[in-house]
Design a protein around this ligand. Structure first.
Ligand SMILES: [Fe+2]
Length: 247
């Protein structure tokens, strides 16, 4: 499960190299925007891909969304991305499906970018999670958009937030979350290319559908190379420096 890659090829490659054996790659959107390898990341995503949900930056880059909803730095990056993309990759972005997406091979699960109610909505707090988790017709929803790795879990009367606790700041690590039957979950695999939880490492997750275990993963990647591409492209400096802070 990959989300919010944001044109960061180095982070994407590190996640793919660290991922255990898997049957399918799910991409929760924001494939482009912010970092400097949009064509390469789209091409890699297309090779891997089967299941996709579009993100707001994907829509902005291919003209499906007005840039007035973006902050100035994000809008600049979206315009730069649009200029870089090949016609073929622009057309591919335009054709990405809107969430929620469900697939027959993964029962009782749906995939969205923001929330099941609104593809552009941010689910950050327990309060934000209440309505999406309660109206969902499936027990597990995978979402992205916030760049914050973690999950929400609900029974009929209570909703809690969970963030994986890691032991190091620079090594590859995993945290397992066994899903319990009868509970409902919103799960964010974290952002591959621009984490915002204070941890610079690329984030992703693996879902074992038989054992019903979500494994949150963080992996170090070639940060300097990703930053150098951003600086060389003359994208806003902050888009490079923020990667080191995970903010
Ligand atoms: Fe994003």
């Amino acid at each position: 499960m990959l989300s919010d890659i944001h044109s960061n090829l180095e982070a994407m490659e590190a996640c793919l190299a660290a991922a255990p054996a898997h049957d399918v790659v799910v991409n929760l959107g924001d494939i482009v925007g912010y970092c400097a390898s949009p064509n390469e990341v789209i091409e890699r995503s297309r090779e891997l891909g089967k299941i996709f949900v579009r993100g707001n930056h994907d829509k902005a880059a291919c003209g499906l969304m007005d840039l007035k909803d973006f902050n100035p730095v994000a809008a600049l990056a979206a315009e730069w991305t649009r200029e870089q993309l090949s016609e073929e990759n622009l057309a591919w972005l335009r054709a990405l499906p809107q969430g929620p997406v469900q697939v027959d091979s993964v029962a009782d699960v749906q995939f969205v970018h923001g929330s099941p109610i609104d593809e552009d909505e941010y689910v950050v707090s327990v309060r934000d999670a209440v309505e999406p988790i309660m109206i969902s017709s499936v027990s597990v929803t995978f979402f992205g958009h916030t760049h914050l790795q973690g999950s929400f879990v609900a029974n009929s009367s209570h909703l809690d937030a969970f963030r994986p606790a890691y032991k190091t700041v620079g090594q590859a690590e995993t945290v397992d979350i066994p899903l319990k039957s009868g509970l409902r979950y919103l799960v964010n695999p974290g952002s591959v290319g621009q984490p915002r939880d204070g941890d610079w490492r690329a984030g992703f997750a693996v879902y074992d559908t038989d054992a019903r275990i979500v494994t949150f993963c963080r992996v170090p990647y070639n940060l300097k190379s990703a930053q150098d591409r951003i600086f060389a492209a003359r994208l806003p400096q902050r888009l490079g420096t923020r990667l080191a802070a995970g903010r």
